[in-house]
Write a protein that binds this ligand. Sequence first.
Ligand code: ARG
Length: 266
Amino acid sequence: MSRIRSALRRTALVTIGAAAVFGAAAGQAVAAPPPSDVGVQVIGGTRAAQGEFPFMVRLSMGCGGALYTPSIVLTAAHCVSGTGNNTSITATAGVVDLQSSSRITRRSTYVHQAPGYPNGDDWALIKLNSPITNLATLPIATSTAFDSGTFTVAGWGAATEGGGQQRFLLKANVPFISDTQCRSASGYSGLIAAEEICAGNWNSGGVDTCQGDSGGPMFRRNNNNAWVQVGITSWGIGCARPQAPGVYTQVSTFASAIASAAASLP
Ligand code: ARG
């Protein structure tokens, strides 16, 4: 792991810490976006419709996640502090509006942080205190078959680089970027090709995930037109900059490790 990558991880953690403080100070009361923000977002996306991505979860430390099973959230390793019993995380689901009275909340009971993290392996599982049985889960890609094309990303993170967290879920489409091209970007030489997948508009930027979207899923349709998760929002240099893609944990690489960890969660 290069020093650049270490620095990036630290930056990500500091940002999450800030988001967590903000979340704690304001509770769920993330400020409503001013009218000028409507229609501009994740970065360069639009608002998701209620029920469009039922598997989306907002985590109280300021990250996203996806329902892997009714009682397990898949998120990023850099969003959690380690493996073990953990009752400190609140998961909010079932709504695009985090302030909606119909939101579903659960408390964490246990966290499994990928053992290889921080040398890659940016994934983690959070066990919930009771299952959320009425929401569709998001199956993960078990082969590289869907690790290309156009992906969808979603989250409540910043809608501009350095901007605030969002009250309403935002979504955007981002094209796949090859490992070779991604690695050629300034600051991306530490890219782990087998474990990470890049996406964004290479030439123009403008569409991306950003701080607070970490841990959320990157997904696309499979051959049956069902959503399948191919990535976990991990890192990037800034957000939505040209020639600085978003980097996502390559879920297919870890599919069997994720499945066996999920099967043995306490
Ligand atoms: N590490 C960030 C987080 O903690 C996610 C950054 C994603 N950046 C990007 N340019 N796609 O929320």
